[in-house]
Each structure stands twice: as C-alpha cells, then as structure tokens.
Design a protein around this ligand. Structure first.
Ligand code: ARG
Length: 267
C-alpha cells in the first residue's frame, strides 16, 4: 500500500519533469480517488440482498448516504458472512456493512462505528408449532446463521455444544431447512423475520418475539482495528441521522418513522 503511494508520487514527479501530460496509471494520475472496499453478505433482506444481480437493501442506501456525506467513493463486494470477518481482520477489505451487531467480543478484534440500527432476535416457526417463546426452544432443533448473535442467543438457552443447534452459512438456507422440516425453528434478527413473513405469506410461518430472553442490540459498520475510516464515517452517520436523510431512507424501507433518539443516546 505505502509502496504504491510512494511509487505514485515518484511517477508523478517524473511525469512533471518530462512534461508528460498524461499519466499512465490510476495511481500516477493522482486525480482518481482510492475507493473504499466494503464487504457484505447479501442474503439478509431487507438489509442487504440480491435483486436482479444487484446488491440492494436498507444498509446499502444507508451506506451510500454516509459515504456521500464523508466524500468517499466505494466498491461493494458480496463475499459472505464468515469470509467477511476474516477479510476485515486481514485488511483485505477496508470495512464491512451487514447488519453487524456491535458487541464486546467483536470489539476485541474490530472497531465499530457509532450504532445506526436497533435490533433484537425473533423466532420463526411453522404455524401451529408448540414453540411459543424462547424457553420452548429447549429440546428442539434450532437453525441459526453460523457466527451470528442469533447463534449466541440460542447457545445461551440450549448450551454451547448442543447438537440441536444447526448452523447454516446464511439465513436463506436456514429458513429453507425450516420449510423442509429439518429444523423446528430459526432464530435471527427481528427485522429479517418480519420482512420474510411479509414477503412470504404463503409459507405458513409465524414470528415470535421474546424480549425477556432476547436482548436489544445495535448494528454498526465494522472496520479493522485502528482504521482511519471510523472517525470520518462516524461523523457521516451523525450527520445523516441529524439532517433527516436517515429517516427518509428508513421510511422508504420500513414505512414508519425511526426512533433516532435511541441511536443518538448511544453515541
Ligand atoms: N446481527 C447479527 C449479527 O451481527 C446477524 C447479522 C447477519 N447479517 C448478514 N448479512 N448475514 O451477528
């Protein structure tokens, strides 16, 4: 990275000296901005998912607004959930957005932006299931996306090594397994459960809330430790929340006013 910049500077000087008007590479031109590389797992509607070959979702519109505010250009890469953590840690990408919950465990390895969305967990079950709350999951086969806070929430109830916890690469496959009868329930983020129910009324599934067992969480942008992007994007997030852009995007996706006070309180 640093070598590239240095090389760029040297080449620019050379071009200036020899009076060459046109630079031959992106780095040498100096006019092209370096794009921020952002990773995501686009199988998490309504936050990020694929539609007609494009990554769309609330997170994507939010990211776009924050990046514009910070004056940064970016490239979004759909690389999947587990790879995303490795890629941010290894600095193969500059950051990630993916409905990622900020928690103490992850904070040991990553830096997070200020929170931009409040979430909790919900249980998705077939209509007529005898599961009525989180405690009823004990003794049942429960599907989760591997490495999520949903998995952690279920482990808290069923025990960490419990074989009844079935871990899937993403939520789409977890829900497919529920429809096929391979698991009795799926536990994931409440907004994702509600979106699925809204879009799939024919699947005869129901969503169960359990605020006693499922804690409130907040999503943040995730960076490698020490990233300089955090400060810039925190400022961008605060601005889009305060100037009403956040509320506009939120209303487009959820049809209601967001509770921005709860987000600002966290900052
Ligand atoms: N909020 C949960 C977590 O951080 C689940 C996020 C899953 N996001 C995704 N794009 N698959 O663990």
């Amino acid at each position: 990275m640093k070598k590239g910049v240095l090389l760029g500077i040297i080449m620019m000087m050379v071009f200036a000296l020899i009076g060459c008007g046109q630079a031959s590479s992106d780095q040498a031109s100096g006019g092209d901005v370096q794009k921020v590389v952002v990773a995501t797992d686009a199988a998490f509607a309504p936050f990020e998912y694929m539609e007609k070959g494009e990554i769309v979702g609330f997170d994507i519109d939010f990211l776009d607004a924050v990046m514009a505010e910070a004056g940064l250009e970016y490239d979004l890469k759909n690389i999947g959930w587990d790879p995303l953590f490795a890629a941010v840690q290894g600095k193969e990408v500059d950051m990630a957005i993916s409905g990622i919950t900020i928690n103490d465990k992850r904070k040991q390895t990553y830096d997070f932006s200020v929170p931009y969305f409040q979430s909790t967990h919900m249980i998705l079950v077939p209509e007529g299931s005898d599961i009525k709350n989180a405690n009823d999951l004990i003794g049942k086969k429960v599907g989760v996306q591997n490495g999520t806070t949903g998995q952690a929430a279920v482990e808290k109830l069923l025990g960490e090594e419990n074989e009844n916890i079935k871990k899937f690469e993403n939520n789409v496959v977890a829900i497919m397994e529920l429809l096929n009868g391979g698991v009795d329930a799926v536990v994931t983020d409440n907004t994702v459960v509600n979106e699925y129910l809204k879009n799939n009324p024919d699947k005869n599934l129901v969503g169960i809330e359990d605020p006693t067992n499922f804690e409130s969480e907040f999503y943040g942008l995730m960076f490698p430790k020490g990233s300089e992007l955090k400060e810039k994007l925190d400022a961008g997030i605060k601005t889009v929340i305060e100037n009403g852009t956040y509320a506009e995007i939120y209303k487009e996706w959820f049809g209601s006013e967001p509770n921005v006070d709860v987000l600002l309180e966290q900052q």
